[in-house]
Design a protein around this ligand. Structure first.
Ligand SMILES: Nc1ncnc2c1ncn2[C@@H]1O[C@H](COP(=O)(O)OP(=O)(O)OP(=O)(O)O)[C@@H](O)[C@H]1O
Ligand SMILES: [Mg+2]
Length: 405
């Protein structure tokens, strides 16, 4: 890492956000945000690139803006990936310890992880992360790092996160064309979790729902690590579209009304009216706020019920002892919390990014969870480099070779 900078670029459907962080001088333990750039994202749909040239230009613009505010030039960044193509698979590895004194070495751990993940590596997909959740030495469970322990058998629970080659290659190509070296590609869910979840929540079991513009990223963390992740092609754009069609206004007006009144459930607002502007010869109109819940509430229920069904389908609903955390720009939708309380039988809180210093005013709302999380992930990656880390060492070298970075 050059000059102690860590950079995150969140490539979203609504915005591309570059955040530049600097390691705190006292021991390099924390990050200060020293610059950011946010541009409208016009080449992404449902979390994946659909227009390469536009995306390259948007990334460049976002990076330039961040460089100007920070007064530095950047070369590399941690970037996120999401979309309906993301998959997770879970497995278990098991090996005998044959070494001197039965002491578990890094090689044993690697062997166990390889054994656990070997069956889970599909040929036609790219591996993003190989995560270890828990080690078991003989019959002793819940071990995070078994190196140096004595035992005759080592088990490990692993989770492999993969993406389609097409989605990943297009992302890497866009960054290459924007002249950014990719330090690592991070699953959006993992990045957002770094910014908004506490260690306790991740240990106890928690579901994270990141409702953005074009995707709803859903993940579950247990025993401190990701155990499940999926991305649904549904998000804030659907609320805007419902409103656009429901009250016949342009998308930008619908977005403004949505941001102002949310689902419109607040009883105090029920006698209020809002005005739709005159466009193209059409007159201004007055509409009752009480119309909004009829249009928007079913969509909120639909999104949350998709997640509820997913939790039940994978029997995760009984394992999220710390409840549910909702983040992403659409978590700001007024009254969403109320609907979530009705849908889920679990404690719910709004997740805002935490744990970085510096210019945090701009990046402390839920739409910046992924960007801030990329910085925090970058710090962990930096601290872990050279050691065994629970993330995707290996994958990126393959990709680097392929692209000749
Ligand atoms: N106050 C608000 N009330 C309601 N919706 C909001 C509010 N603020 C932002 N949004 C919505 O949040 C969405 C953008 O969220 P976010 O910035 O997290 O998306 P993204 O990361 O660019 O997209 P994605 O993650 O889906 O690829 C937009 O649909 C926007 O209208
Ligand atoms: Mg997002």
């Amino acid at each position: 890492m050059k000059n102690n900078f860590i950079v995150g670029i969140d490539i979203g459907t609504n915005k591309i956000c570059t955040v530049i962080g600097q390691l705190n001088e006292e021991g390099g333990e924390t990050i200060e945000v020293i610059g950011y750039g946010v541009t409208e994202s016009k080449g992404i749909r449902k979390g994946v690139i659909v227009d390469m040239n536009t995306t390259v230009e948007d990334i460049k613009k976002s990076v330039k803006e961040a460089e100007l505010t920070a007064g530095v030039e950047i070369e590399s960044a941690f970037v996120n990936i999401s979309g309906a193509h993301i998959e997770t698979r879970a497995g278990k590895g098991s090996i005998n310890i044959s070494g001197r004194n039965s002491e578990i070495t890094k090689e044993d751990v690697d062997r166990a992880v390889k054994h656990g993940s070997g069956m889970l590596l599909p040929q036609d997909r790219e591996i993003l992360h190989i995560l270890t959740q828990e080690f078991i030495v003989d019959s002793q469970e819940d071990i995070k790092n078994p190196i140096g322990m004595i035992g005759s058998n080592l088990d490990v629970y692993v989770v492999v996160v993969t993406a389609t080659k097409t989605a990943l290659n297009n992302l890497l190509t866009a960054l290459k064309r924007a002249k950014i070296n990719v330090s690592n590609v991070v699953l959006s869910h993992i990045a957002a979790a770094e910014a908004v979840l506490t260690e306790d929540e991740k240990d106890l079991g928690v579901a994270l729902i990141d409702i953005g513009e074009g995707t709803t990223d859903f993940s579950v963390f247990e025993k401190g690590a990701l155990s499940f992740a999926k991305s649904f092609p549904i998000g804030g754009v659907h609320f805007t579209n419902d409103l656009r069609v429901g009250i016949r206004v342009q998308a930008d007006i619908a977005d403004k009304i949505k941001r102002k009144y949310g689902l419109g459930l607040d009883a105090d607002l029920h006698n209020e009216n809002f005005e739709t502007p005159s466009v193209g010869g059409k007159k201004k109109r007055m509409m009752p706020v009480s119309l909004l819940p009829q249009i928007l509430r079913p969509r909120a229920e639909e999104i949350l019920e998709i997640i509820k069904r997913e939790l039940e389908k994978h029997r995760l609903d009984k394992r999220i002892n710390a409840g549910i955390v909702i983040t992403g720009g659409s978590s700001l939708l007024k009254d969403l919390h109320e609907v979530a309380d009705e849908v889920f039988d679990a404690p719910i809180r709004l997740g805002t990014p935490e744990g970085v210093g510096g210019l945090i005013d701009k990046v402390s709302t839920p739409d910046f969870s992924t960007a801030v999380g990329l910085l925090k992930y970058g710090l962990i990656d930096y601290k872990n480099s050279g050691e065994f880390s629970t993330n995707n060492k290996g994958f990126f070298d393959k990709v680097k070779d392929f692209f000749g970075f």
